[in-house]
Design a protein around this ligand. Structure first.
Ligand SMILES: O=C(O)C(=O)Cc1ccccc1
Length: 284
């Protein structure tokens, strides 16, 4: 009997970078995958929570602008979810206009806040008088411009331009040429070890103990486990109280990683393993 297709959601509408990440990531899956767009990060988490989708592709971190806070914050709000994969995309932003529109006289530019921020230098230099309008995704911005008759532009991908019948007025407007975004695949199941894995955890420390963070880092250092990321986010309960996110190399079933995770539990007031998953490919 044919296996049922995996239902995967992505931050849509069609033409987002998240769609591109999903297309690339799932093209390597053996099982059939059906992709569907969701118009915001919280709506996609809702769909995961209600089991309307099995997996979600979401942006988590950009090399220019840093963390996509909503993706991490919502993951914390959904304790049954796990990270089951990652992929890194090279991000090329384009200024898009309707055919024959003059880009130097735009009154508004629409895009996802991360994209507006990643193109800040271009916007300040070339469109200092133009009002910037945040959208839920880059492709939503492109859609708004395609439907409008006003002198509006959007920042989105070349792929979004094709989808919406827009023109690329200026390509590659990101502040750094080497602009990359890391996307997470979020689901419900623990991924089996592949031999080239990462583990993500989140924890909170007691407030009144000197060396709290050191006591955690030491457990990884003593076992020669490499960390690939560390970040703190507010707990949202009290100013000065933080959640720490750490990614390390290795799978939670590797004996050394398992030992380190067990040991850190003694010095935290909360520890959650967010998942172990194959180190993602970089798509240029
Ligand atoms: O809006 C999109 O296209 C997304 O997928 C989010 C995003 C925005 C900017 C850079 C990378 C991903």
């Amino acid at each position: 009997m044919k296996e049922k297709a995996i239902r995967a959601g992505y931050l849509g509408p069609e033409g987002t970078f998240s769609e591109e990440a999903a297309q690339v990531f799932f093209s390597y899956q053996e099982q059939e995958v059906s992709l569907s767009p969701f118009s915001s990060i919280p709506l996609l988490y809702d769909a995961l929570g209600k089991r309307e989708v099995d997996l979600a592709m979401l942006p988590v971190e950009n090399s220019i602008e840093g963390t996509v806070n909503q993706t991490l914050d919502e993951l914390i709000e959904h304790p049954s979810l796990l990270i089951s994969g990652e992929i890194i995309l090279s991000i090329h932003h384009c200024l898009l206009v309707r055919p024959d529109q003059e880009w130097a006289k735009l009154e508004r530019v629409y895009s996802h806040p991360q994209a507006l921020a990643q193109c800040r230098t271009f916007l300040e230099k070339n469109l200092a008088e133009t009002a910037l309008f945040p959208t839920l995704s880059t492709a939503e911005g492109a859609q708004i411009v395609a439907k409008s008759t006003e002198p509006y532009g959007a920042i989105a991908s070349r792929f979004a331009a094709l989808r919406q019948g827009l023109e690329v007025a200026v390509p590659d407007i990101q502040s750094k040429q080497n602009n990359k975004t890391r996307f997470l695949v979020i689901g419900r199941q623990l991924t089996e070890p592949t031999g080239a894995d990462k583990t993500s955890i989140v924890f909170a420390l007691p407030q009144d103990r000197p060396g709290g963070l050191y006591s955690i880092l030491k457990e990884f250092a003593e076992r020669q486990i490499n960390l690939t990321r560390i970040e703190s986010r507010p707990t949202k309960q009290e100013l000065g109280h933080y959640l720490f996110f750490i990614d390390c190399l290795g799978h939670q079933r590797d004996p050394m990683v398992a030992e380190a995770l067990h040991a850190i539990g003694k010095n935290t007031i909360l520890t959650r393993i967010l998942g172990s998953y194959k180190i993602g490919m970089v798509k240029e």
